[in-house]
Design a protein around this ligand. Structure first.
Ligand code: 5GP
Ligand code: ZN
Length: 113
């Protein structure tokens, strides 16, 4: 997808600190970390947002969550972590390529739900 920041990161056109990659998933450290561990997990397939997930592309969401479990183990997050997806303007999404935030390395006290 032209002019998509995360597609360019996946392609290596924009540098990132990669922590995991397989045929379907790319993961890298967030440039503005909100926790000691803050990793973005993205499908290599360009999907704009959670709202665009359907029966034809949902397999890559499962692949993202398989990667999340592997990354969490590799990062030593055995006490737990938070996975966040922001969807659309009201959800606070700023990069329109589906991604999941892994936040960990600290015990979160504030809960939204
Ligand atoms: P969103 O707000 O869309 O859920 O999350 C986008 C995330 O991408 C933000 O946490 C932001 O810090 C991160 N981000 C934006 N631009 C870059 C970049 O160029 N490199 C990296 N590694 N992260 C970025
Ligand atoms: Zn993209």
């Amino acid at each position: 997808m032209d002019n998509c920041l995360f597609c360019k990161i996946i392609a290596g056109e924009i540098p990132s600190t990669k922590v995991y990659e397989d045929d379907a998933v790319f993961a890298f450290r967030d440039i503005n970390p909100q926790a000691p561990v803050h990793i973005l997990v993205v499908p290599k397939q360009h999907i704009c947002c959670a709202d665009a997930v359907d029966a034809g592309n949902s397999a890559c969401v499962a692949r993202c969550f398989e990667a999340i479990a592997k990354i969490a183990k590799a990062e030593g997050l055995e006490n737990g972590y938070r996975v966040i997806n922001n969807c659309g303007a009201d959800g606070g999404q700023t990069v329109m390529h589906l991604h999941f935030h892994i936040l960990g390395g600290v015990k979160f006290s504030d809960k939204m739900i």
